[in-house]
Design a protein around this ligand. Structure first.
Ligand code: ZN
Length: 317
């Protein structure tokens, strides 16, 4: 298939991408519809082929005729290959930003196993020796992949697979299943973007104990999904997994104004060993704040949290 035919085929399979200008397919200019928003992409397409010297590897390549990887202003460069697993089309894609300008022949190499995993679960990732993440997916999730690239976040493959599974994506080939899965995956993109931005604002340290170690999560103060909630940093706290869990269980209360922190009496009574005691003692008496004032948690977010969780904070007296 020519690159232009491939471009048209990938856009058709995606269910939410339209060709603006096919050019030569390396790249072709494409509009991706992301539920009310649009993202413009310079989509560089190729066939996926076998690799004679390494039977477990597959690859796709640039044209090798001095046509560089490129993206006009306002377009996101994405490189992608189309493969077939049995009857199922699978797309393999990478963020093309680090390859812009490259025109010498190169190959995107990956293990064939990600094609098989994507064929039965909708999504799979492979990290190359150079640290490049290569994602194989049901073509209907390519718009969601573009959304993640645009926000500069990586998605948890298991969470995406769960979304694909919830909508029976692999067995239900129509675009409606794809659209429902895309809505869920774009929620994952928003969650990942929020988590990264909140953790960055708190200098990647738990606001309740200072722990870093790359085990941080962005916690919503007023929970996501409730009308009035927000993905702004002022509705977030960077928390280690343990403090996040206790916060979600309503066993930590923070004064909306002084930001003093209180632990549920249960956590004092439940201590069984030194680790328990250390955890409680290492919890700060008031939360640490982000460096920038505009990122500080807003008191009304705490007030809304407590009002929404009726009865859960009766232990606070
Ligand atoms: Zn912590």
């Amino acid at each position: 298939m020519s690159r232009v035919d491939l471009l048209n085929e990938i856009c058709r399979l995606s269910g939410a991408m339209e060709v603006i200008d096919p050019q030569v397919g390396w790249p072709g200019l494409v509009r991706v519809n992301l539920g009310g928003r649009a993202q413009r992409v310079a989509l560089h397409v190729s066939n996926v082929s076998t690799h004679a010297r390494a039977p477990h590897e597959r690859r796709f390549q640039n044209p090798g005729n001095r046509t560089p990887v490129s993206a006009p202003r306002g377009y996101l460069p994405v490189l992608c290959g189309l493969a077939q697993v049995g009857q199922l089309p699978i797309v393999v894609a990478i963020n093309g930003r680090s390859r812009v300008g490259r025109e010498a022949r190169f190959s995107i190499l990956f293990n064939v196993s990600i094609l098989q995993t994507a064929a039965h679960s909708g999504w799979a990732e492979y990290t190359s020796n150079a640290g490049e993440v290569i994602t194989a997916m049901d073509p209907r999730l390519l718009p969601a992949f573009v959304d993640a690239v645009q926000h500069g976040v990586s998605l948890d493959p298991m969470a995406v697979q769960d979304a694909a599974d919830a909508f029976d994506l692999v067995d239900d080939r129509d675009n409606e299943a794809g659209e429902r899965a895309r809505v869920v995956v774009s929620r994952l993109v928003r969650k990942a973007t929020f988590g990264r931005d909140v953790c960055d604002a708190y200098s990647r340290q738990c606001a309740m104990c200072g722990l870093g170690l790359n085990v941080l999560e962005g916690a919503h103060i007023f929970p996501a999904g409730i009308p009035g909630s927000s993905d702004e940093i002022w509705n977030g706290l960077a928390l280690c997994r343990n403090h996040h869990r206790l916060f979600d269980r309503h066993e930590i209360w923070i004064d909306p104004h002084s930001r003093d922190l209180r632990l549920h009496p249960r956590l004092y009574q439940a201590q069984r060993n030194e680790a328990d005691t250390n955890f409680v003692e290492n919890t700060l008496p008031n939360i640490s704040l982000p460096g920038q004032v505009r990122h500080h948690p807003r008191p009304e977010m705490f007030v809304s949290r407590y009002a929404n969780a009726a009865g859960e904070y009766e232990w606070v007296v």
